[in-house]
Write a protein that binds this ligand. Structure first.
Ligand SMILES: O=C(O)CCC(=O)C(=O)O
Length: 301
């Protein structure tokens, strides 16, 4: 595979918990894609989840249908997690001038959102991440407009416990759009194992990136972002979340409420971006809501 990580890059990923920036698009192409995401994103007629959070717009925005399957992304993921890969969620992360930074956090099975795990691995290999996030910026991401920062090596120890029984963010009354927290209704400091502990900012890697670049990370690797202190520069990123085929996604769940919004999973399904399903754990979608097939890669072990 022409986009496989080199042995040095793989070593770096396993030591740090992330690898990047990596070029997925030329800056001009990324800017054109963003324009389409903005135009098509405003049309909610074919959106999967009827709420304001904009999750999973790969089902109705063609550019995202294609983005999740980009070989520059999937082939690199395969170098880390093997070639049986399912995309299960896409999230948009706009950061407008004046927005707060995202607090430091670590995530393992996404139970922070509802109190129930959204991912259950069934055959994990020691040391291999069962889920990976690919965070791609479609604008410049700078310290001033809120780029990501990662804490190298923190994926080896959990400083946050997302099983804690918190209330903020899970409250019925919360609306993500009006939320005054920095992560759509959740205060990640609520999940700290030791409430007096503070991360050592001096050890953080600051990921300034150009439009079209991505970073691949394990959500267990502590990550955060700067506030957007610029006058008029919006930072816009898309986070795509992938799991190994062995992982049950949204186990025994048909609806859930998170970030103050309701999600109905009736028409949701994973997209198999690489490999062949041998587990039968998950339902799959092969076409988006516009009837366009996901351009999946045909690798399989
Ligand atoms: O974009 C951000 O500010 C935060 C992104 C993030 O936390 C994630 O993708 O998991």
């Amino acid at each position: 595979m022409k986009n496989s990580l080199t042995p040095e890059e793989k070593k770096q990923f396993f030591e740090q918990g992330f690898i990047g920036p990596i070029k997925v698009y030329e800056p001009e192409e990324a800017k054109n894609i963003l324009k389409q995401i903005r135009i098509k994103g405003a049309d909610h007629s074919k959106m999967l989840h009827k709420n304001t959070l904009n999750y999973d717009r790969h089902f109705d925005i063609e550019e995202l249908t294609n983005h999740i399957c980009r070989e520059e992304i999937v082939e690199r993921l395969a170098s880390i997690m093997g070639d049986d890969i399912n995309l299960w969620r896409v999230e948009m992360f706009p950061k407008y001038p004046g927005s707060k930074g995202t607090e430091w956090h670590q995530v393992q099975d996404y139970s922070y959102a509802t109190g129930k795990p959204q991912l259950i691995p069934t055959a994990t290999e020691e040391g291999i991440p069962f889920d990976l996030t690919v965070w791609t910026t479609f604008t410049d991401a700078t310290k001033e407009n809120g780029c990501l920062k990662m804490m190298p090596g923190s994926h080896n120890k959990m400083f946050f416990d997302e099983k804690k029984n918190i209330s903020t963010g899970r409250e019925e009354a919360y609306t993500a759009v009006e939320s005054d927290t920095s992560f759509y209704g959740y205060n990640f400091s609520d999940f700290k194992v030791d409430s007096n502990w503070e991360p050592d900012e001096s050890k953080a890697a600051v990921l300034e990136m150009k439009p079209g670049e991505c970073v691949i990370f394990s959500a267990r690797c502590m990550h955060a972002s700067f506030p957007n202190t610029s006058e008029r520069s919006t930072r816009f990123a898309v986070a795509c979340r992938y799991v190994q085929g062995q992982v049950q996604v949204y186990p025994n769940t048909s609806t859930f409420r998170a970030h103050g919004a309701d999600f109905d999973l009736k028409d949701w399904g994973c997209v198999k971006v690489s490999g062949t399903d041998t587990y039968g754990h998950n339902k799959f979608r092969t076409k988006n809501n516009l009837g366009q097939p996901f351009p999946v890669l045909s690798y399989s072990s």
